[in-house]
Design a protein around this ligand. Structure first.
Ligand code: PPS
Length: 321
């Protein structure tokens, strides 16, 4: 077995799972990970939160084929993945707005490991395998769990991060809309104890930023997309060797605006796996700091202290501003 599994015995999780109808989570850790080029001294892969479903897909995940013309978008959940995917897909596809509106992002940009999260008709690994090249692949996997051949092929990858307070709030609404029955406070506390899917959050972000010799990875943040979309688009165009006229770019900015994406069914995941409308649409609020209104001062303080503890260096801490 390439992974080790540890049951979560934390009484807070056990109690919360019963009260809040949480999933049966388990911590999964890649045992050996010599293939990941990382600059963290004495690095050991973290254990990440998944469900026991993971057992079934261990091999599919590690042995998944990776091609040099793949385009990957990676992130911790709720970090602006969908927004980033739509931008990347359009930039790489000659701004084909017609196809982008006609075909769901789910089909254009499949989610590699979604079968780890919920039942799918066919395995998502198989589906991605069969996708016509060049493939566009979404993943929330941490670096230690990327397929083995990722590290020899090194396909172009855009990693997007978002500040922990916004992620916490967005993740709460997303989970609440699907299965979670607890309060914002219980959710945030369990997020800080790494008991939400894909956690720990900080290690996810820090590890992607500590990769060495990986000029195939472009790092972006939700915050910079919000503050200055044109400069992010320019970086992404340069990364993929693309250039567009000013009127074309104006159309792209408009297409990627929150108002436009909220109305765009191809990006809205308006199906059974989307959060229920009570907790907002998938494309919900799209703000930089709506956490100020949604989190209590105590939770804000706890989240800030958690970041200070989990990101010990100044450079690391900067990733979470
Ligand atoms: S997921 O489920 O992990 O793939 O979610 P993800 O796409 O990473 O994150 C969803 C949040 O991104 C916001 N979003 C946007 N914000 C601004 N502008 C645009 N165009 C946009 N598109 C998506 C979305 O609203 C979610 O954030 P919150 O804070 O919940 O609104």
């Amino acid at each position: 077995m390439s992974f080790e599994y540890t049951e979560i015995t934390d009484p807070l999780y056990v109690q919360s799972r019963e009260q809040n109808r949480e999933e049966d989570y388990i911590m999964v850790r890649r045992k050996e990970c010599k293939d990941v080029p990382i600059s963290i001294p004495n690095w050991k892969p973290s254990a990440h939160c998944f469900t026991t479903r993971f057992h079934q897909y261990e091999k599919d995940l590690l042995e998944a084929e990776v091609y040099s013309d793949d385009v990957w978008v990676a992130s911790y959940p709720k970090s602006g993945t969908t927004w980033c995917q739509e931008m990347v897909w359009l930039i790489c596809n000659n701004l084909n707005f017609n196809e982008a509106r006609a075909e769901s992002l789910r089909t254009r940009f499949p989610f590699l490991e979604v079968s780890l999260i919920h039942d799918t008709q066919i395995s998502s690994f198989e589906r991605v395998q069969k996708t016509k090249r060049p493939r566009f692949i979404k993943t929330h996997l941490p670096v230690s769990m990327l397929p083995k051949s990722y590290w020899s092929v090194k396909p172009k990858t855009v990693y997007i991060r978002r500040n922990p307070k916004s992620v916490a709030v967005s993740y709460y609404h997303h989970s609440r809309g699907i299965f979670y029955r607890g309060s914002m406070e219980s959710f945030v506390r369990s997020f800080m104890r790494d008991h939400q899917f894909y956690s720990p959050y900080h290690a996810h972000v820090i590890e992607y930023h500590a990769l060495t010799g990986c000029d195939n990875v472009l790092h972006l943040s939700y915050e910079e997309m919000k503050r200055d979309l044109p400069s992010v688009v320019s970086k992404v165009c340069q990364f993929f060797g693309k250039s567009y006229t000013e009127p074309e770019l104006q159309r792209l900015y408009e297409h990627l605006s929150f108002a436009s994406m909220k109305e765009n069914k191809a990006c809205n995941y308006e199906d059974h796996n989307a959060p229920s409308k009570d907790h907002g649409c998938f494309i919900r609020k799209g703000e930089l700091d709506s956490w100020r209104e949604e989190l209590t001062p105590d939770l804000i303080d706890l989240l800030d202290r958690w970041t200070v503890k989990s990101a010990p260096t100044d450079a690391e801490r900067k990733l979470f501003e």
